[in-house]
Design a protein around this ligand. Structure first.
Ligand code: ADP
Length: 517
């Protein structure tokens, strides 16, 4: 157990006694120091962090009991356990020794085995005690961090919430100009996205705690993916003199197989930090091939921002950690981002590191092993899918959707989003109603958009019931339960696909186009 050598002090005026202990200890790993009188013992104990003191009671100048009292009353030496060495008959000294703070005694003439056994027991106890103290300190610190986290979180949630509620109310004003209306809507959307980011972070941490992290590999174009990220973040920087630069070498791989969602989460977190902490200059991002065989990519996000103080650099990957000075400057954040980055990168088989110079900027780098697609098929640019748009001018006039959701606003969202397509929508406020509507309109319905969590009969049961008689009707699950319901569970119940709330119009449109043929 001893990773560090134990160091003990033997106090005895008899040279032969000291030599005897020295010879016993020479067979062990324990390092020994010696003192032959009281003042020497006290001086040595104050200047060395001994793990134990073996203290003879009978000393010529100050006796052992007094020395023990002095040691116990000084903060530098009070924690060092003291074992008394005394003659067997001297019961009085024994009691006085324990009263003075000794932890044990041994009688002279001592047996080697007994001496070593007692020393080892107390050294081990001392080590346990030290470990306990460290653990308690850590627990206290983590408790403190959690409290700070909760108060940050409350602030983080309330701020966008205020904007959402406030601007939504303002939008009710009929006298608004179209421009104001657009501006307010954009504030509401941004605040919603901000809230979603916080919720995703919290879910991520819960998933980690539940050991539920899984990777879903898919083939995608990395160049396109990075280009989209660059556009999003460049757009976020509007109003700040910060350029967002994408730097990918010509010969860098493009089509890769990896978990796109996780990669986006990693880069999103790094880029949000870079945008948050950079007031002018640039944010540069990119990747290159680091290893061809068993291929590995190296990504980086570099900024010219405020940097991270040297003394904080060791801890920023820990949960809830934020640089204190940042808090006073009112930067938003939960202190979770980098801990998530580190965990995800590690989970994906890579490593993350950073260099940062206060006032100059930071660069975060991470590696990512990936799989190469079998054959990189070249798609002619004319065939590249354009951003999917909903058919306007009543293109879906002949289609009917069954939409089941216990939250009316969600239905309102579908109704408004899909209005211009002319699609007919049948609305069910719970699972029971969904099945009734299905029974009455089965010949008309072309697709079901079913919420999973509904009162009475939940979405999974609705899908199972419909599947019993109809194997081909496209059924799409929609859920906010990002934590609990996976694609597999939804598929097992009979769903063809799943969309997670909040539902983005683009995604909804892609799914509907795919299944509403
Ligand atoms: P937060 O939600 O606070 O951003 P993170 O875990 O992502 O949490 O980051 C932890 C802390 O590390 C931040 O609060 C900030 O103090 C510091 N930090 C992270 N990235 C940067 C950066 N690019 N520039 C300066 N400081 C950074």
């Amino acid at each position: 157990m001893a990773d560090k050598k134990f160091h003990i002090l033997i106090v005895d005026d008899s040279k032969s006694a000291r030599e005897l202990v020295r010879s016993y200890l020479s067979e062990t790993d324990i390092k020994a120091a010696f003192a032959e009188n009281g003042p020497q013992a006290i001086k040595k104990a104050k200047s060395n962090p001994f793990d134990l003191i073996l203290l003879d009671v009978q000393l010529p100048d100050i006796n052992g009991i007094e020395i023990c009292k002095i040691l116990k009353s000084d903060a530098r030496t009070s924690d060092i356990p003291v074992i008394f060495v005394t003659v067997a008959s001297d019961k009085e000294s024994l009691i006085a020794g324990f009263k003075a703070g000794a932890v044990d005694y041994i009688t002279k003439p001592f047996q080697k085995e007994e001496l070593l056994a007692r020393i080892n027991t107390h050294l081990r106890l001392k080590r346990y005690m030290e470990e306990l103290i460290v653990a308690r300190k850590k627990a206290e610190e983590s408790e403190k961090l959690k409290m700070t986290f909760l108060s940050n979180m409350s602030h983080e949630i309330r701020t966008p919430m205020n904007s959402i509620i406030g601007f939504a109310e303002l939008m009710g004003d009929e006298n608004l100009t179209p421009e104001e209306r657009r501006e307010f809507a954009s504030i509401i959307i941004n605040s919603g996205d901000q809230l979603l980011g916080i919720i995703d972070d919290i879910l991520e941490v819960s998933k980690e705690e539940a050991g539920e992290l899984k990777l879903f590999d898919q083939k995608f174009s990395l160049k396109k993916f990075m280009g989209e990220l660059q556009r999003i973040f460049a757009n976020n920087m509007k109003g700040k003199p910060v350029e967002v630069i994408l730097n990918i070498p010509e010969n860098a791989p493009d089509m890769i197989i990896s978990d796109k969602v996780r990669l986006k989460q990693i880069l999103d977190n790094l880029l949000s930090n870079a945008s948050k902490f950079t007031h002018e200059g640039s944010i540069e991002m990119g990747y290159k091939l680091l290893r061809k065989y068993n291929p590995v990519l190296e990504f980086y996000v570099k900024d010219t921002g405020i940097g991270i103080p040297k003394d904080k650099q060791d801890t920023i990957f820990e949960r809830f950690t934020q640089v204190k000075e940042n808090l006073t400057q009112n930067f938003t954040g939960t202190g979770l981002g980098l801990s998530i980055v580190k965990r995800l990168v590690t989970f994906m088989g890579g490593q993350v590191s950073f260099k940062s110079e206060p006032e100059k900027g930071s660069i975060f780098t991470f590696t990512l092993p990936y799989k190469m697609p079998e054959k990189e098929s070249v798609v002619p640019s004319s065939k590249i899918k354009k951003k999917s748009l909903l058919p306007s001018d009543n293109g879906w006039e002949d289609k009917t959707l069954l939409i089941a959701d216990d939250i009316k606003q969600i239905f309102a969202f579908f109704r408004e989003t899909l209005k211009k397509t002319g699609v007919k929508m049948l609305y069910a406020k719970d699972g029971k109603e969904a099945l009734e509507i299905y029974q009455n309109h089965k010949s008309e319905i072309n697709l079901g958009l079913i919420d999973i969590q509904m009162p009475e009969i939940n979405g999974l049961e609705v899908a199972r019931a419909i599947r019993k008689e109809n194997k081909t009707l496209p059924l799409i699950a929609q859920t906010g339960l990002a934590l609990n319901i996976g694609k597999d569970e939804a598929k097992n119940a009979g769903f063809d696909d799943i969309i997670y709330k909040p539902i983005k119009t683009d995604h909804l449109c892609e799914i509907l186009k795919k299944y509403l043929k």
